[in-house]
Design a protein around this ligand. Structure first.
Ligand SMILES: NC(=O)c1ccc[n+]([C@@H]2O[C@H](COP(=O)([O-])OP(=O)(O)OC[C@H]3O[C@@H](n4cnc5c(N)ncnc54)[C@H](OP(=O)(O)O)[C@@H]3O)[C@@H](O)[C@H]2O)c1
Length: 332
C-alpha cells in the first residue's frame, strides 16, 4: 500500500510533536511521517513517546530541518526516500511578547524569519513537485493572533497575519493544481511555546516607560488566566489536522473533534451518533482556504473542541537508550 507521506516542521515539542505521534501511531498504518526539527539533539521526547505509543517500524523518521536555512530544507527534502511529500505541515514557530520598544536586538528579524519566511522557504521547496503531480495538501499552523491582533504581540501577530494573506493568495492559485491549503488558527494551547519565546518574556522591559510596563504586567496576569482557563491540549488541536488534512479518522475510544460535516465513517469503528464531548469555549479555528468567488466560505469556522482527557505523556528530553543516526535523524 502506498502510504501518505507527511513532512512536519517543528517537531521537537508541542503541536508538531503531537501531530507526528498521532499520525505515526494511526491504526490504519497508512502514514509515513518525517518529523523534522531544528536540532536533532531535541528528538528524545518524540522518539520516547513513539516507543511508548507503539508506533510501527517505518512509520516515523526524524530529520534535521531549520526553516531559517534553505540548505537544511533542501538536505531534508533529499532524504525523503519516497521522493514526494503528500502533506506538508508548516508548523515551526516562535513567539515574541512584550512592548515593541523592549524587543532585543535581532528578535524581530528572528521571529519574522521563522514564522513567515520559514513558511515561504518550505513552500518554495515543496510546491513545485506538488503542482507537477497535481496533488498535495499544505497545512499551516496559524494563530487566532493572525485573525485578531493581541496587545504586546505586535510582531508575532504581524507574522501570523502575514501567513493568512500568504495562504489565501496561494490557495486560489493552487486549487486548479489539486493542491489544497488549510490553516489551523490555534487559540492558547498547552505547549512549551511560552518557555521558548524569542528574547524571553517581555524582553528588555527597562527600555519601556513605567505606564507601559504596568500595562504589560496586567496583560501577563490576564494571559496566565486565559491559558489556564481556555488553553487546549495539543492532542485536541492535532486531531483536527489529522482528520481534515491527513484523512485519518480517530480510532475508537479516542476523542474526535466536533464537525459540522458528515459523521465519521463506520469503517472507523465508531458507533453511529457516537457521543461527542460537550462543547465549550474553544478558541481554535480551522480554515480550509477556498478558491476565489466563494466569499461566504472564507469566514473562519469556529470549532467547539474543549474536552478533557488524560494528556498523552511525553517523556522529557535526555532519556536513555536513543542513538542518533549519523548525518540524519532517526527512523522508527
Ligand atoms: N501554543 C500556543 O498557544 C499557540 C497558539 C497559536 C499558535 N501557535 C503556533 O503553533 C505552532 C507550534 O507551536 P507550539 O505551541 O507547539 O510551540 P513549541 O512547542 O514551542 O513548538 C514550536 C516548534 O517550532 C520549532 N522551531 C522554532 N524555530 C525553528 C526553526 N528555525 N526551524 C525549525 N523549527 C523551529 C521549535 O523548535 P526548537 O525547540 O528547536 O526551538 C519547536 O519544535 C507555532 O507556529 C505557533 O506559532 C501556538
Amino acid at each position: 500500500m502506498d502510504r501518505t507521506v507527511v513532512l512536519i516542521t517543528g517537531c521537537s515539542s508541542g503541536i508538531g510533536l503531537h501531530l507526528a505521534l498521532r499520525l505515526a501511531s494511526d491504526p490504519s498504518q497508512s502514514f509515513k511521517v518525517y518529523a523534522t526539527m531544528r536540532d536533532l539533539a531535541s528528538q528524545g521526547p518524540l522518539l520516547e513517546a513513539a516507543q511508548s505509543r507503539g508506533c510501527p517500524p517505518g512509520s516515523l523518521e526524524t530529520l534535521q530541518l531549520d526553516v531559517r536555512d534553505a540548505d537544511s530544507i533542501a538536505a531534508a527534502q533529499a532524504r525523503v526516500t519516497e521522493g514526494r511529500v503528500d502533506v506538508l505541515v508548516c508548523n515551526a514557530g516562535r513567539g515574541l511578547v512584550g512592548p515593541l520598544e523592549a524587543h532585543k536586538e535581532g528578535s524581530v528579524d528572528a521571529v519574522l524569519d521563522v514564522n513567515l519566511m520559514g513558511t515561504v522557504r518550505m513552500l518554495q521547496a515543496f510546491l513545485l513537485d506538488m503542482k507537477r503531480r497535481r496533488s498535495g495538501r499544505i497545512l499551516v499552523t496559524g494563530s487566532v493572533g493572525g485573525l485578531m491582533a493581541l496587545p504586546f504581540n505586535a510582531v508575532y501577530c504581524a507574522s501570523k497575519f502575514a501567513l493568512e494573506g500568504l495562504c489565501e493568495s496561494l490557495a486560489i492559485l493552487l486549487q486548479p493544481f489539486g493542491v489544497h491549503v488549510s490553516l489551523i488558527e490555534c487559540g492558547p494551547v498547552h505547549t512549551p511555546f511560552p518557555e521558548k519565546l524569542e528574547g524571553g518574556l517581555g524582553g528588555m522591559l527597562d527600555r519601556a516607560d513605567a505606564e507601559t510596563r504596568d500595562l504589560f504586567y496586567r496583560y501577563r496576569r490576564h494571559c496566565e488566566r486565559v491559558i489556564r482557563e481556555a488553553g487546549q491540549d495539543p492532542e485536541e488541536v492535532v486531531e483536527v489536522s489529522a482528520e481534515r488534512d491527513c484523512g485519518s479518522w480517530a480510532a475508537p475510544g479516542l476523542p474526535s473533534p466536533a464537525r459540522a460535516s458528515s459523521p465519521p465513517p463506520a469503517a472507523a469503528g465508531l458507533p453511529p451518533g457516537a457521543a461527542r464531548p460537550a462543547p465549550g469555549p474553544a478558541l481554535l479555528h480551522y480554515r480550509t482556504v477556498p478558491a476565489a468567488g466563494a466569499a461566504a466560505r472564507l469566514r473562519p469556522q469556529r470549532l467547539q473542541l474543549r474536552r478533557r482527557r488524560a494528556p498523552v505523556s511525553v517523556p522529557r528530553q535526555g532519556g536513555r537508550g536513543l542513538r542518533r543516526r549519523r548525518g540524519g535523524g532517526r527512523s522508527w
